[in-house]
Ligand binder design. Structure first.
Ligand code: MN
Length: 508
């Protein structure tokens, strides 16, 4: 099922009764045609539902309250066809709890030079009606996206589509449970944070789940299900034919990986969780049901299915990956949880190898992943370990992380360019190699000054615009490191933001 089909975005047209009932009827007809046109464009991932004209304070309040209470509604688009005195929006805007997009457009594309008269002027007043509406939003400090452009134009529709994807991910996050199997990796600061504040600010809920409970699910996995999943692995992934030899230790590791995947999926489904974290020092008791290796292959495959994942207890990355995955639905190039692994200094081509011990999502693979089993000497159970090995596609992308600064969350976004790596015959893991924008020195420098993690959530298809919309909806700080970034300006932004968030307590 297309995840977006469960949602809709409401379209509310501002007008007033000053010009008489006939004018409002025409406004209504125009709005209906515009919404039909938007839906027929094929460029919007979420259906637009036209909710009529709002001509008074009471009508605005009624439609916004209805939007708040409708589970399908993930955001509201407003547009002022005529002048719509903005005091009538105050009470409604005070109550609106759904993301807001203000569309500054006009029903007609061009001025009808030959025929335009005063009646036409009175009816088509977006030019000043939208400014009046914008004023009240700014005066009330209403967070919103403003999209400016003709409603039939591709660029206008693309901006709306981005916002819709973010709204869908936002709605998804308001009903998101992340399960932590084991705690944070001891002593690690950057992946920790305030889970209470995270739920207030970003919506998702984080629970601890004892590994012993996961092991109850593990103990119930059947051989028939395991056999079927192992056959799926052999069908879906390149592998050495010897891996199918049932007498080998390597086959047993593949088999046990399938059991781990089935156990994890079963408990996530049973608890309605959309993401999880693991800790490589907590894999169950050796004398009971337990994982005999880090469940890396399971994490890789569950990520591709849309489960958020964060390694070493990193619940913020688990939630953010799920959000990235939802935003990216139907887009072609894929997304993954990644970790800054090793640096490659090479002048202007300096780059960072992105990998993890094992847990990289196969959605970013350039070619069919290869199923391999190798020794892994990290964690409580050093063992031969199954994993998918691949390198990522090349090309531009965008990576993001959220850190807790003590008084607020900060979203850090970096545009990156994935480049072709050299073969890594002695490091059989999935990986990507990227140059951070604008270059390694400034990109990595800015990321470190901002306090960014070594973990991040990467996508080829998302751009900073998605993250701007996300940060605006959540009301969190966002820093974007891009082609035009200089360290001098970035340091100033960091210092200015400290003051802004100190003064603006509502956002902290
Ligand atoms: Mn890690």
């Amino acid at each position: 099922m297309n995840l977006f089909e469960q949602y809709e975005v409401w379209f509310v047209t501002g007008a007033q009764l000053l010009y008489g009932g006939d004018a409002v009827k025409t406004v209504d007809e125009h709005s209906t045609r515009m919404v039909e046109g938007l839906n027929a464009s094929g460029r919007l991932p979420v259906k637009v539902a036209y909710k009529g004209t709002a001509n008074s304070s009471k009508e605005v309040e009624a439609v916004f309250k209805a939007a708040n209470n409708d589970e399908r509604c993930i955001g509201v688009i407003t547009w002022m066809h005529t002048f719509s005195p903005a005091k009538m929006w105050i009470h409604g805007l005070q109550q609106l709890r759904k993301p807001l997009l203000h569309l500054h457009t006009q029903f007609n594309r061009e001025i009808p030079w030959e025929t335009m008269d005063m009646d036409f002027m009175n009816l088509n007043q977006s030019a000043h009606g939208d400014r009046e509406f914008g004023h009240i939003c700014s005066r009330m400090r209403i967070r919103r996206k403003v999209v400016v452009g003709y409603w039939q134009d591709e660029s206008t529709q693309r901006h709306i589509a981005v916002w819709m994807r973010v709204c869908a991910a936002w709605a998804d996050a308001q009903q998101m449970l992340i399960l932590r199997f084991g705690d944070q990796m001891n002593n690690v600061a950057v992946t920790d944070g305030d889970k209470v504040e995270a739920e207030q600010r970003m919506g998702y809920h984080v629970d601890y789940c004892p590994v012993s409970e996961l092991m109850e699910y593990h103990a119930r996995v059947t051989d028939a299900d395991t056999e079927a999943l192992v056959q799926t692995y052999f069908r879906e992934y390149d592998h050495d034919p010897s891996l199918e030899d049932r007498s080998t230790e390597a086959f047993r590791k593949v088999w046990n990986s399938a059991r781990a995947e089935l156990a994890l999926r079963a408990i996530l489904q049973a608890k309605g969780a959309k993401g999880f974290t693991t800790n490589f020092d907590d894999l169950g008791q050796t004398d009971g049901s337990h994982f005999d290796q880090i469940p890396g292959l399971a994490s890789q495959r569950l990520m591709a299915e849309g489960y958020g994942f964060g390694a070493e207890g990193d619940w913020k990355s688990a939630a953010l990956f799920r959000t990235v995955w939802v935003m990216s639905q139907g887009l072609p190039s894929g997304c993954s949880f990644l970790e800054d692994y090793t640096l490659h200094f090479n002048g202007r081509e300096s780059a960072i190898l992105q990998a993890h011990m094992l847990e990289v999502c196969p959605l970013i693979a350039a070619r069919k992943p290869r199923l391999e089993v190798h020794f892994l000497g990290i964690g409580i159970r050093k063992s031969l370990t199954a994993r998918l090995v691949f390198t990522s596609k090349t090309g531009p992308g965008c990576t993001a992380t959220v850190v807790d600064l003590g008084n607020r969350f900060r979203l850090i976004v970096n545009d990156v360019e994935c480049i072709e790596p050299k073969p890594l015959p002695k490091l059989p893991v999935a990986s990507a190699l990227w140059k951070p924008m604008p270059d390694f020195e400034v990109g990595a420098g800015a990321w470190i000054l901002a306090g960014g993690t070594h973990h991040s959530c990467f996508s080829y298809d998302l751009t900073a615009e998605y993250w701007e919309d996300y940060a605006e909806i959540a009301g969190i700080e966002m820093l974007h490191i891009h082609r035009g970034t200089t360290l001098e300006a970035f340091r100033k932004e960091l210092r200015m933001n400290e003051v802004y968030y100190l003064l603006n307590k509502a956002l902290c």
